[in-house]
Write a protein that binds this ligand. Structure first.
Ligand code: XIL
Length: 409
């Protein structure tokens, strides 16, 4: 409250310009030229009312992705028998919230039912089963998805094709066959190839470019490449490197999106790793802003650490998302806002701001508050109910993000 009164008084006195008002991630994404900022979700989590309230918050999320319920084992658990109940729950939620639905995923080597993985297939019978699966699922969701991840994770790290039942039985043509079946079932939905570790460029990104061209050369529609963006903290490339990688895809005539972003941290977290995570998320989303409107959106792979897939998948890691397990925003939230260009204060106000809100006695590279009562870069410096430091170490400026959170930026 002291902080808010200080800011209000400073604005009234003409010392500060009007600071950026509270806007959420999706609102900031729209302002930056993206189509959406979104989150994955999953059916089991929806019974948690506090979770659902934030998922429904369209200031932050203008798009959702079902984390599991449109995968092959959910939608066609036995051959020719389709089940859309759980997928429909997420699609209906998107509808009632006015959020876009990214549909995920039609062809993947994981979460396949055993009738697919253990069947005795010929090229012809598996091609028919593949087409039948895609036709039924895409037809069911026709008109409801903005994107379909048609083929997911078809590549090894060196850019060669991953060995899976489809590649082994049909060869690389399973990929254009899948895109053609999806395009026939819903001509309007955008069709994506989706994979991880494309963000580094190199062999795997080159492999994904070859997939785009393989589909295009077959005369089949492919609209986009989804970069999953599953990272360990500190390994995210620079914003300019990410822009180069995105531009490599865009040059082929497709759009791009970050589809499953998370930045995992070896536990326990520290102020340093949480601050680095904020930088990493900011660079990721910033590269999307830099290539908008060809980069169309940014999706995190759920929004709270409570329901992240990371701890059960990467032993010893967690804390990968912008909200912690108690639904409290982490520095990563403001890193995202900053990357979206929303958490800035006017440079014209730097002198007045600095006079009013910061001390210049301490420079700290740590993200924790210092013994002199100043918060470091990315640290919290105010907000409703905040009792910690209200000044920032030099050269950072205490910037109002919203009524509950001001941050040293
Ligand atoms: C993950 C889900 O989040 C988990 O709940 C599930 O157990 C395994 O799959 N790449 C993808 C996603 O494309 O579908 C994966 O989702 C995470 C990695």
């Amino acid at each position: 409250m002291v902080q808010l009164r200080l800011v209000a008084a400073a604005v009234a006195a003409g010392l500060l310009p009007t600071v950026t008002s509270a806007i959420g991630l999706h609102e900031a994404a729209l302002a930056a030229g993206l189509e959406y900022f979104g989150s994955a979700t999953d059916n089991g989590e929806l019974s948690d009312s506090a979770y659902l309230t934030q998922l429904d918050n369209t200031a932050d999320f203008g798009q959702i992705t079902p984390g599991n319920s449109q995968k092959w084992d959910s939608t066609e658990p036995s051959q020719g028998s389709f089940s859309f109940t759980n997928g429909d729950v997420i699609a209906d939620l998107a509808d009632s919230n006015g959020q876009y639905l990214r549909c995920h995923t039609l062809v993947w080597h994981n979460q396949l039912p055993s009738w697919v993985t253990s069947g005795s297939w010929t090229n012809a019978t598996l091609t028919a089963a593949l087409r039948n699966h895609i036709t039924n699922v895409v037809t069911h969701y026709k008109g409801r998805c903005i994107h379909w991840d048609v083929v997911n994770e078809a590549l090894n790290e060196d850019g060669t094709y991953r060995t899976n039942i489809f590649y082994t039985t049909i060869g690389e043509s399973y990929i254009p066959i899948a895109f053609a079946a999806a395009a026939a079932a819903d001509p309007d939905v955008k069709l994506y190839y989706n994979d991880y570790n494309l963000e580094y460029g190199g062999s795997k990104a080159a492999g994904a470019q070859r997939i785009v061209q393989l589909v295009q050369n077959a005369g089949v529609k492919i609209d986009g490449v989804g970069l999953q963006a599953h990272f360990e903290v500190g390994t995210v490339p620079s914003r300019s490197s990410l822009v180069s990688v995105l531009n490599g895809f865009i040059a082929l005539g497709v759009e791009v999106a970050y589809t499953e972003a998370d930045v995992r941290i070896q536990l326990p977290t520290s102020a340093t790793t949480l601050a680095q995570q904020a930088v990493d998320f900011g660079n990721l989303v910033g590269s999307c802003v830099d290539t908008a409107p060809d980069c169309v959106g940014f999706t995190i792979w759920d929004w709270t650490d409570k329901y992240s897939w990371v701890p059960s998948t990467f032993s010893g890691y967690g804390a990968a998302l912008p909200w912690d397990e108690n639904y409290v925003k982490k520095p990563a939230y403001n890193g995202l806002l900053a990357g979206l260009g929303a958490a800035t204060s006017s440079s014209a106000s730097a002198t007045a701001t600095s006079t009013t809100l910061t001390t210049t006695t301490t420079t700290s590279s740590s993200a924790t508050s210092t013994s002199t009562g100043t918060a470091a870069h990315w640290g919290q410096c105010g907000g409703n109910g905040w009792t910690g430091p209200t000044a920032c170490a030099s050269p950072w400026t205490c910037t109002v993000i919203n009524a509950w959170y001001s941050q040293c930026l």
